[in-house]
Design a protein around this ligand. Structure first.
Ligand code: ZN
Length: 321
């Protein structure tokens, strides 16, 4: 019996996505997004993603069973099994029951009888940029690099020079944003394209790929992020607050992201001294988690949701029918 199973997910940003650092200022941008400390490429931390998935799975379970009770008490999955779980006021916190699809899959801090917590059957990696849209003289191109392609199991050789690699040789240089690069031919486009096709990346993206070496990728991504300026609005008057102009950065619409969800086998775990009954196997754990996908597409992820941001369409795995 397998102890875990790994599910690769591919998502397409339908809006700009802002997952913030909580106030660090870089240059003239007030609200910056999270970056990988090693590469400098923006990412969405696994912990942020897990929190969003948890909320949406709790909503989905609540829609199926809105009169749910635990030991005779009303204990709706949403909001109680969503959130951080520390009881406060009307919020009861996580139920921590072995039949709860939210608490078993996402874990809980502490049992109701003060027994130990549970880490959860699903684990989330950070979400990384796989393909990043950049304006060029020849229309938008989706830029990627060998490191990024490794995340979907591809090893691409020979993309090493400070150039942009396209399917066909061109004499004229190509600009990626403000960066002007000589064009080289890459013979591995077919393999890359086939793999992206298997992951349901739309054809209009697959047909406009550009490869750059790993060292150029962070620079190209960071100089082509979306930066917007906005004003804070006073809720009482509906007018702009004085001095409240602020700027924020976001991954642009059209960015293709990749993350993995590791689903552990429930048979190998117990909650207190009880067997887990909410889910039977790793596939089942993943099915529960995937209930969040329609919500990600419609309600989105990250901040600024009220400003038309954050919607993320999961293209792989395709929605279960
Ligand atoms: Zn629960």
């Amino acid at each position: 019996m397998k102890s875990y199973e790994k599910f690769t997910h591919i998502g397409l940003a339908l809006d700009p996505i802002h997952v913030g650092t909580g106030g660090t200022r870089i240059g003239r941008v007030d609200l910056t997004i999270v970056r990988d400390p090693v590469t400098g490429v923006p990412k969405i931390p696994g912990s942020s993603l897990a929190g969003v998935y948890r909320t949406y799975v709790a909503m989905a379970e609540h829609e199926k069973n809105s009169t749910r009770r635990v030991s005779g008490q009303e204990w709706p999955y949403y909001p109680h099994c969503a959130g951080l779980g520390q009881p406060r006021g009307d919020y009861k916190g996580h139920c921590g029951q072995p039949d709860c699809p939210v608490c078993t899959v996402f874990g809980f801090a502490r049992g109701r009888d003060s027994a130990g917590g549970f880490a959860g059957l699903a684990a989330f990696t950070d979400t990384q940029v796989l393909l990043f849209p950049v304006p060029t003289r020849q229309g938008p191109h989706w830029v990627t690099c060998p490191d990024a392609l490794r995340l979907i199991g591809l090893e691409v050789q020979g993309v090493t020079e400070n150039s942009v690699y396209l399917e066909n040789q061109q004499d004229k240089p190509l600009n990626l944003g403000w960066l002007l690069l000589t064009v080289k031919k890459c013979d591995e486009f077919n393999v890359v394209r086939q793999k992206l096709c298997a992951f349901n990346v739309p054809n209009e993206i697959r047909s406009r790929l550009a490869l750059v070496p790993d060292r150029l990728f962070p620079q190209i991504v960071n100089s082509n992020l979306e930066v917007r300026t906005s004003v804070s609005i006073k809720p009482e008057t509906g007018a702009a607050e004085e001095g409240a102009l602020f700027s924020y950065e976001a991954l642009p619409r059209g960015t293709v992201l990749v993350w993995e969800i590791i689903a552990k086998n429930p048979k190998h775990f117990r909650i207190g001294d009880q067997e887990i009954t909410a889910v039977a196997d790793p596939d089942n754990v993943h099915q529960k988690v995937a209930q969040a996908h329609p919500y990600l597409e419609h309600l989105g992820i990250g901040g600024m949701g009220t400003r038309g941001m954050g919607r993320l369409k999961v293209v792989h795995p395709p929605e279960a029918s």
